[in-house]
Design a protein around this ligand. Sequence first.
Ligand code: ZN
Length: 427
Amino acid sequence: MTEPRAILIRGARLLDPARGRDEPGDLYILNGRFAEPPPAPPPGAEVIEAAGLVAAPGFIDLHVHLREPGDEDAETIETGCRAAVRGGRTTVVAMPNTRPPMDTPDRVAGLIRRAEEIGLCRVLPAACITRGRAGGTLAPLAELAAAGACAFTDDGSTVPSDDVMRRAMEQAAALSRPILDHAQAQDLERRGVMHEGLYSARWGLPGIPSAAEVDIVRRDIRLARETGGHLHIQHVSAAESVELLRRARAEGLPVSGEVTPHHLALTDADVRPDDARWKMNPPLRGKADRAALVRAVEEGVIGVLATDHAPHTAAAKARGFREAPFGVIGLETAVGVTYTRLVVNGRMSALDWVRCCTVGPARVLGLPDPALAPGAPADLVLLDLDSERTVSAGEFRSKSRNTPFEGWRVKGRAVRTFLGGRTVFME
Ligand SMILES: [Zn+2]
């Protein structure tokens, strides 16, 4: 769509965590960047009356699976970007477990090129830690960083060798890139399909104990202490992991963590053993774990909300709980689910919630704090946080439908998203 180069947004509630601001105000976009709002709209400017809406910096999602190349029937870079901007995200970090995986500079550069052609959302590739994501030998981290990799992860698998992980953290530190850590000990997770506990026993399904995560979190915090590298724990699921994170951060280590909407909203009691929409990795854990995760976000021990958007076709998810692949989608439900669970339920302020979706993830990547400040790129989301809607997967822009939130009543959704001043989603 052709867009006026000047846009005046009037009377929004501005949530700008980088500057600690939660107040009504106007925003002005000129040539793709925020500028001081003029007293009256200049001729030719588009004027958006935004009373009743929230304006926040575009959200950054540290954990998204775009599935291209290799699984384009589940998602493509384009459909993933469409889903992202419908979910208020203007930057996503793409996980490298594509087929083939993102372990060569060419593939990293190719993803960046393709995302730029599409032009909907900033896509920052995370590259593999090890060649083929196989855990054995290090990928060429320096070349991958030079090609544009923003971080390294073998997401989907843990790096089993302490020595390989140590060298990865040393090199990543030298390259000023974080390690995004899928923490799950392979010998403990093997063949499990849900959290090991009361419900796995009840349903007769093999369990994945919390210890599978906790053991690796403990190991990698030790390696972060020894190497000085930035360690970011992905999709934290267990209460004990939260305690390890809390102590590491109190010690001043460069350790951070993220939590997904589904781990904040659901427990293993919600799992339907005949429906793989409740199957993901790490699995939904117990009530005490969920309470610890909510408290961790409330207290700032975990400062990042990330979806782990993991699209799968209906056919793949129909293979039954034991055989279906792990993962749920989240880009188009994250705003509603997390705003309702955290802010509507009174656990944190709307400003702190926005911080976990903007400044928190930006700092993991070493990016400047996103802000509604003159001069900053106009990556912006307008949100309706008041009206309640029913989640309906039929409306998703994602190619996939594997959500456990179908039919949920939630408050909070993006109604318009801007990337560098261009409208990339409008309800
Ligand atoms: Zn993972």
